[in-house]
Ligand binder design. Sequence first.
Ligand code: CA
Length: 506
Amino acid sequence: MTLNKPLKIKMQEADNVAVIANEGGLKAGTVFEDGFTLTTDVPQAHKAALVDIPKGRGIVRYGQIIGYAKKDIPKGSWIDESLVGLPPAVDVHQLVYKQAEIPAREPLKGLTFQGYKNPDGSVGVLNLLGIHTSVQCTAGVLDLAVKKIREELLPKYPHVDGVVALKHAYGCGVAINAPEAKVPIRTIKNLAKHPNLGGELLIVSLGCEKLRPEVVIDGNPRAVEIVLQDKAGMAASVAAIVKAAEPILERLNKRTRVTCPAADLVIGLQCGGSDAFSGVTSNPAVGYAADLLERAGATVMFSEVTEVRDGVDRLLPRCANAKVGKRLLEEMQWYDNYLTMGGVDRAANTTPGNKKGGLSNIVEKAMGSIIKSGTGTINEVLSPAERPTKKGLIYAATPASDFVCGTCQLASGIQMQVFTTGRGTPYGLAMAPVIKVCSRSAVAKHWPDIIDVNAGRIAEGDATIESVGKEIFALILAVASGEKQTWAQKWKIYNDLCVFNPAPIT
Ligand code: CA
């Protein structure tokens, strides 16, 4: 439905701005039902001042000061990003943990999906052959082998969903003993345990690299290693990889889906290409689904440090206890230091697309981003690529970069990701289905064959946060069971693994 009457969205009573919902924006002179009149043109998703905002006064959205007026902003006018001064970041050292009262919620019992049980007790939603690398040097040879496996072997094993080459830029030419090298090493080690790979481990190493294959293998009794420097030539190397893949494909092909409780789900949440609608439509709907997952006993992770940094004072009281709260602040502090070393701060996060989409700065972006986490208690805080030890809502610290966050969450064991977008992106992961939820109907119309759920209907009054949240939750169960495929799966659109390496390269 296209809106034919002017519509503005105000998030909270205290807000002195509203976002224009109409496609194509609205012209100066537009009068709303309540008599409010625009004095300038305002693009869709951008903010209009509901009252006169004098220079220096707070601009309030989500009940939060998202910035300070750099000039007098008259009532009814467009608040262009150039008028919004960035407030200082919350000082994490000044924050004191005090637990919020979160009412106990009724558990959702009896929900199941059809998954693949793994030897380590985890459950996969796909049945993939993964071929790992210890170092980037082996990537080209592995590509040749994977092509052969896809063409010559896979057709013989119809119950295997595909073959994934886990290639990355790490492994050598790096300061492997630097303190922060633990992040990329942990990422690669945990990717090798990914639940959608059935507990199998085939790794292609070079022979002389710094990241030793035994570190990645980590005692997996099923591990098979092909060392390229031990093989006589490239043809022999490719043949050895293909030969090693066949018995694994045979084992994977015998697996069948079994009924598993929804509590076995581990779902990651992320956003990319956000706009001012993200915090109104797609992220609240995903937050609703996150609450349903939590009530079903599942694990649900949200991430992206620079996009929660400005909302940390809202998240801290939701931590299960003081220890979890301390961990949350430590992760924020770690990232502050990381950004400082690069001569920037959290404001470096926003993109030209975010700004075009009406997001003035990182504070406004963060307010919309944290809504994805729903309303539950944060049971655990993880460093990048760590595995959770608890269920329910988890804060898994990662960079906000789509590919780096995706790779970190895969290492943390997500079987699937729910990804919200305002501007639109064809993002996908080879190892896990990605459900894409868009914030505006215009994106869904423009890209009908890549967006899985259109949350833009919420702004138009055709759906509610609750109805879209339930739709996302039902889709998660259906995709987890293999009953439905996401658009990214159908197209096989996959981004590269991008291992986060905050340590020096040599
Ligand atoms: Ca992102």
